[in-house]
Design a protein around this ligand. Structure first.
Ligand code: UT7
Length: 382
């Protein structure tokens, strides 16, 4: 019996704060005209003090669970693709799992920079297809504004914050993620890098002073790489799924630069209106850009049931990847109000339970520390 991984829910979350090109032009030597002409970006969202990669991920995940009408206790696996995790560990995915009250879920972070969401989607669909899990939440979430050097005009104009999530569910009905492709070329790692803060270059006064905890990029190099790989990856996944480019209704590319997307459209010989573009409002949100664009494509009626779509991403690593998806879920605008209330209750209870568990852990720790060591386990007296 063959199993398929269908996308049954989708959701997004972006901070309220909008930062325009004009504002950036007050920080570095640039202009709205230059940024729009060279990238297509007009504005981006910037996380407020209380917004983090996890909080955006949770909001997007809850919206996706709403569309799928799925209870968090039924999630088997949570994958958070991010380059801006809350901590090196614990995984942001574990924080999301705790906040959702997803009791039965495994959770891990995935780092493949801007290709992260495609990598997560591929892992999730294969886990479903092989029978290991039934319900998976794949999230791309970023707060890149926290790792941008706001004095570097080559990078700070590009990035923004946000999150997008998909719910994937198993079904015997053919459809869903039909093929995927993942690639990497680590020889280009230094073209897009945050040099410090890892084990190679731990934080020191000097690393902070020299801005080595911020994104550094060879823009031209990444541009050339992106235009090379996007079209070939899209072509390959479509072929793998047994289709041709003529069968594709919509391409949802990573939103890095309008010119890169236009160049891919030319290489694929496809009209530009078959490409979903929303980078003018969000900039490059890395692992979050593809699911955010997908959510907006649904909202705008550009992504409809039974469409064949291609998702294609590229970024640091260097990494790239693509997936061909049959978007064949029946749309369910009528989510049962009872289910919605139940989900809200689970989220509230998850907070209480998490606090209780932390309390119990503290008490256990205190009891363990005060318990006397038995005579036979004490070190020999001299
Ligand atoms: O998720 C993957 C992430 N990264 C990417 O996708 C980035 C890919 N690369 C790009 O999008 C483009 O390379 C950039 C947008 C970063 C730069 O655009 P470009 O057309 O490649 O510009 P450039 O680096 O060739 O610079 C052209 C000129 C230079 O001046 P000169 O040497 O010709 O006098 C730059 O100094 O534009 C200057 N410049 C700027 N001017 C105003 C570079 N950045 C800026 C700026 N504002 N922000």
């Amino acid at each position: 019996m063959e199993r398929y991984a269908h996308i049954t829910g989708w959701g997004m979350a972006v901070p309220e704060r909008v930062m325009t090109n004009e504002e950036i032009a007050k920080l570095v030597d640039t202009s709205d005209g230059w940024i729009q002409e060279r990238t297509g970006i007009r504005e981006r969202r910037i996380a407020g003090p209380k917004e983090t990669t996890a909080s955006l991920a949770i909001e997007a995940a809850q919206a996706a669970l709403e569309v799928a009408d799925l209870s968090p206790e039924l999630i088997d696996l949570i994958i958070v693709a991010t380059s801006t995790p809350e901590h090196l560990f614990p995984a942001t995915a574990s924080l999301v799992q705790d906040a959702l009250g997803a009791d039965r879920a495994g959770a891990f972070d995935l780092l493949a920079a801007c290709s992260g969401f495609i990598y997560g989607l591929s892992m999730a669909s294969h886990s479903i297809q092989c029978g290991a899990v039934n319900n998976v939440l794949v999230i791309g979430s970023e707060t890149l504004s926290r790792v941008v050097n706001w004095q570097d005009r080559g990078t700070c104009i590009l990035f923004g914050d946000g999150a997008g999530a998909f719910v994937l569910q198993s079904s015997e009905m053919p459809g869903g993620v039909m093929s995927s492709l993942l690639r990497s070329d680590g020889s280009g790692g230094s073209s897009l890098i945050i040099p410090a803060g890892g084990s190679r270059l731990p934080a020191t006064f000097e690393t902070v002073r020299d801005n080595q905890h911020a994104i550094q990029m060879d823009g031209k190099e990444v541009y050339r790489f992106a235009t090379r790989v996007m079209a070939s990856a899209a072509r390959e996944v479509v072929q793998c799924a047994g289709l041709t480019l003529n069968d594709i209704n919509l391409v949802i590319p990573h939103q890095a630069n309008r010119r890169i997307i236009e160049s891919a459209a030319r290489s694929l010989n496809m009209p530009e209106d078959k490409f979903m573009i929303n980078l003018e409002r969000y900039g490059n949100t890395s692992a979050a850009s593809i699911p955010i664009a997908a959510c907006e494509a649904v909202a705008q009626g550009r992504l409809r049931p039974n469409d064949n779509i291609v998702l294609v991403g590229f970024g640091g690593g260097l990494t790239w990847g693509a997936a061909m998806v049959k978007w064949d879920v029946p749309f369910r605008p009528e989510v049962s109000p009872w289910h919605r209330i139940r989900r809200q209750t689970v989220y509230q209870l998850a907070k209480v339970r998490s606090a209780l568990k932390r309390g119990v852990r503290r008490v256990e720790g205190a009891l363990y520390r005060t318990r006397p060591i038995p005579e036979e386990k004490q070190p020999p007296k001299k």
